[in-house]
Design a protein around this ligand. Structure first.
Ligand SMILES: Cc1ncc(COP(=O)(O)O)c(C=O)c1O
Length: 379
């Protein structure tokens, strides 16, 4: 037999083999084309920059004629889109961010993944994008994690960042919701993330979102809109902007990719979620852990003047951001209307205690009394 014919037959049978396996797990017909090479040896896992390396495979699925179809896993690489695809013109693009962890004995699990799917579909509804089915979300993600399992490291602080997203692929520049979309999962190995000393600026001019808008959705435009004000803040020496409500700039809401917590005295305060604020999964977890630890937690509007006053009279003890990438990011100072306020350096801060509790559950070092861990099926 000709070598090429042989290779083709081999690849074809591998494909059928995997397709059958998948039929076994959930009747979803996901086609698998495996990469014949791997990039894993080119990656320095001890020195990863967040979101810059991607694994050997990706999952994709198209929305055509009113249904999600063509589910497949194939080698990671460029996708081809018509230049008039609506995502490029009207920004119909949504995404999620989540993490998988692996133990030394090879078990892989996720942290509160159903919450990501629920949020993805809330974003979808708001952006007039069709919702993505739960079965396909879990089957696709778990298959991909199985195929690229070697990429999930077990060393301290390691995880696999998972980026699900949906874009409008239909060609045509008429300003209306697309009829065609692409859903994808891509995977990026991550290490524990330390962003150094974070100084923030309270927004008093620009806004991230407005009432009735899309602030609660994880849509691409929310991030693009922050880049310019954040660049100005960076140039002035601040790493992040803490956004305030767009009508008065007096209520503290959230940071660029994190919800924000304030500790005044012994009380931990965070803003309620609304149509302007992303319902963060880490935020919910921080509140649950803090309450379990017996801390006083208040979910309520927070005035910039209240926090300024607490900083002046010494009762503002901590500020920190909470989000999937860093889990908890302590804030060392804030700027508001021309003044800078430093926070005290605390031993045994709430931030450090809560971060340890959450990461111990995430990494399997501690029991999970909340039922947050989801075991990835081994395929
Ligand atoms: C705007 C915004 N707020 C908050 C968060 C934190 O959400 P989570 O804890 O679900 O990652 C994120 C990150 O996803 C975000 O982009």
């Amino acid at each position: 037999m000709h070598t090429l014919q042989f290779l083709y037959l081999l690849l074809f049978s591998i494909n059928i083999f995997f397709t059958n396996e998948i039929m076994g797990i959930n009747n979803q017909n996901i086609t698998i084309k495996k990469s014949t090479t791997t990039k894993i040896n080119e990656v320095d896992f001890s020195n990863l920059s967040f979101g810059e390396n991607f694994t050997d495979h990706m999952f994709e699925c198209d929305y055509i004629d009113g249904k999600w179809t063509n589910a497949q896993i194939r080698p990671y690489g460029p996708i081809s889109l018509d230049p008039s695809a609506k995502v490029f013109h009207y920004g119909q693009a949504i995404f999620e961010g989540m993490k998988a962890y692996k133990s030394v004995d090879g078990a892989v699990w996720l942290f509160r993944p159903e919450d990501n799917l629920i949020r993805l579909n809330k974003s979808a509804v708001r952006l007039a994008i069709p919702e993505f089915p739960k079965d396909l979300f879990f089957d696709g993600m778990e298959l991909l994690l199985n195929i690229d399992k070697e990429w999930i490291q077990t060393t301290e602080g390691s995880s696999m960042y998972i980026r699900p997203f949906i874009i409008a692929t239909e060609p045509g520049v008429s300003a209306s919701p697309a009829k065609r979309y692409k859903f994808m999962f891509i995977l990026s190995p991550a290490q524990s993330y330390y962003s150094g000393e974070v100084k923030v600026l309270f927004a008093d001019k620009f806004s991230r979102s407005a009432s009735g808008g899309v602030g609660f959705a994880k849509c691409a435009g929310n991030y693009a809109g922050q880049f310019y004000p954040t660049k100005l803040a960076n140039e002035a020496g601040y790493q992040q902007v803490v956004w305030t409500d767009s009508s008065t700039h007096e209520k503290l809401e959230e940071a660029g990719t994190m919800n924000v917590f304030f500790r005044v005295g012994d009380t931990l305060i965070t803003a309620p979620t609304s149509d302007r604020i992303l319902d963060g999964i880490t935020r919910k977890s921080v509140i649950a852990i803090a309450e379990k630890e017996g801390y006083n937690v208040e979910v309520r509007d927070i005035s910039v003047y209240e926090i300024e006053e607490a900083a002046k009279n010494g009762t503002l003890l901590e500020m920190f951001g909470a989000g999937t990438a860093a889990v908890i990011n302590p804030i060392v100072s804030f700027h508001f209307k021309g003044n800078d306020y430093d926070l005290p350096k605390l031993e045994n801060s709430y931030a450090s205690i809560i971060k340890k509790k959450i990461t111990d559950i995430q990494t399997g070092k501690a029991e999970d009394p909340f039922g947050w861990k989801y075991a990835v099926r081994s395929i």
